[in-house]
Structures are given as structure tokens and as C-alpha cells.
Design a protein around this ligand. Sequence first.
Ligand code: MRU
Length: 349
Amino acid sequence: MEYNSSDSVRLDGSAVVIIDQTLLPSRTVYKTLRTAEEIYEAIKYLRVRGAPAIGICAGYGMYVISAGIKTDDPAILLQKLSEAGEYLCSARPTAVNLSAAVKRMISAVSENTDKPVSGIKDILRNTAEAIHKEDIEMCRKISGYGLSLIKNGDGILTHCNAGPLATSRYGTGLGALFLGKELGYEFHVYADETRPLLQGARLTAYELDKAGIDVTLICDSMASSVMKAGLVQAVFVGCDRAAANGDIANKIGTSGAAILAKYYGIPFYVFCPSTTIDLSCKSGADIPIEFRDGDEIRTMFFREPSAPDVKCYNPAFDVTDAELITAIITEKGICRPPYGKNLAEMFAE
Ligand code: MRU
């Protein structure tokens, strides 16, 4: 799995190119994003999704937007780019990677206002490329740590999608499974379909199957049943934001899977690059949870499984309490409880 043009997000000259994840698995369509509005739309409507991929897209997006700002004045570049950054961040609130990437790109300007605008734009491109390359490296390391937690033949339950499409290369929550496949391990993955937007069915099952990894798709409501039947030895999930106390926000339904895992005595592992850790949030209560349009529940593949006007409650993420998490796996190592102390030590800088 080398760094190549088939990445889910890449820079092509002065445009961002993404795989439109809403069309997978039936169609692989690349979409070219040139304006702030197009980048916002792609993030908001999950054409590009998964915390790290959103961060990478925002990094390249900020560079692409800067390329279109016609000025020789670094102060004007900074002001216009700050406005664009605020706009992009408003697309989705939960994954901290989005605002962190935007902040990093803004700092690349504010720390270099003594340079000509053309030089600042070069710095912006290098910074965006660094965000992408660092993610590849983090995923690689996380995958190795993840593999050390399971053994050949294990059954793994996943929720949502934390594979290459959601990141840069191996993925986080699925990374160990891809790495294991390369090394000759055989795992049996049970992929929660992940209602309402079916990231598990559309993306996780597709990515794993394409890589020749044994995957069985289940409805979210079947997780308890496969755990009880002894088919699952660990739960692997990604993360959109981890708080200082070890609470994590991930796709809606993650906390339910964690509660089930605790009940059945199955380890529950959260894969979380440092770009997804937000020590400024003391606990999960500080993490902003995105609420999305109820139509995502009301409709499903052109059929309407519910009455058209039924009231819907549609949080896109939930918080899994630290006490339910066996370990948080980062590129710096495997962090175990107590998370307040151990995350602070791991990320003390
Ligand atoms: O709404 P989504 O599809 O962007 O939600 C994504 C998740 O919940 C992933 O598990 C998370 O971003 C980690 S991706 C490595």
C-alpha cells in the first residue's frame, strides 16, 4: 500500500480530488473540488468522510482556496483564508481533525507574514502535504500496534468505517486487518451496517472484501447476537474526537457496541491518531455532537421505510465513556486506563 494517486483525497495541481464516497460501492467516481463552496459541500454531505480524511481534505482545500486569492498583501491573504477556514469548519463539528487542519494552515500563514504571498502559498502546499504524509505514517504505526492486540483467526466486530477511505492508507480501526492480511493472517470481520448512512455496509464491507479479508455484514441490532455466539474476540472502532479523560466520540452506535462488549467481556479498542485527540475537551460532554437531517432516517435507498413526516432524532455521533474502553491505540503506543493520566503523559509536549 504505497502513497499513490488512488488515495481517497489528493491534490491535483490547484484542485482537491476525492473519491465520492456517497456513490460507493456501486460506482467509483472521482470529484474535483476547486472552490470553498465545493469543498464545504463535499465534507458536509459525506462525499469525503472519516475524521483523518476530512482533515487531509481541509488541508488541501485551504491551499486550493489560497491559490484563488488574488492579493500581494499577506494580511489580506490571512484574513480571507481565516474566513474560508471558519466556513469549512462549520461543515461538520465533531471530528477535531477538520478544525485542527484548518488551524494549522492558518498558522502557516500567520507565522510567515514577513514573506511574499507566493512564498506563503508554497508553505501552505507543503503544510497540506505534510498533514497527508503524517497521516499515512500514523496509520501505519497504529496498524502495527493494533495487530499486536489480536491473533490469527480472531473474529473482529467493526462499526462505521475507519479504513483507507476514511484516512490515507491502511486506516486506523481497520488498519491492523489490512496489515495482517499482508502478513498472512486470516481474520473474520463482522461489520455493523451502521445506520442511518450505512458506512459499514457501503464502505467497510467493500474495502475489506476487495482486499480479500473475510467479512460478514450484519445489522447493527445483531452485534449482541454475534458476541453471544462467541464469533467476536475484539471490537475495533475509529474515533472522531477523544477527550482528555478518555471519553471518545465516534459514529452513532459506537457506545452501544462498547456497552455490549463490556457485558460479554470482549475487549473494546479505539484507534485514534494524535490528530484526533483533543485534550482541550475535559470529557465527552465537551465534544460537540453533530445532528443531521431526519431525512437520513426517513428514507433509505429511494424507499421510505417510515411515515414521511415522522419526527426523527438523528445525532451523527455518540460518546463512549472511558470506562468502557479497553485501550486507545495511537501512533505513540497503546494507552490503557487511567486515561486522564496516561493520555496526558503520552502527549506531554
Ligand atoms: O460520519 P462519518 O462517516 O464521517 O463518521 C466517521 C466515523 O465515525 C469514523 O469511525 C471516524 O471518523 C474514524 S475514521 C478513521
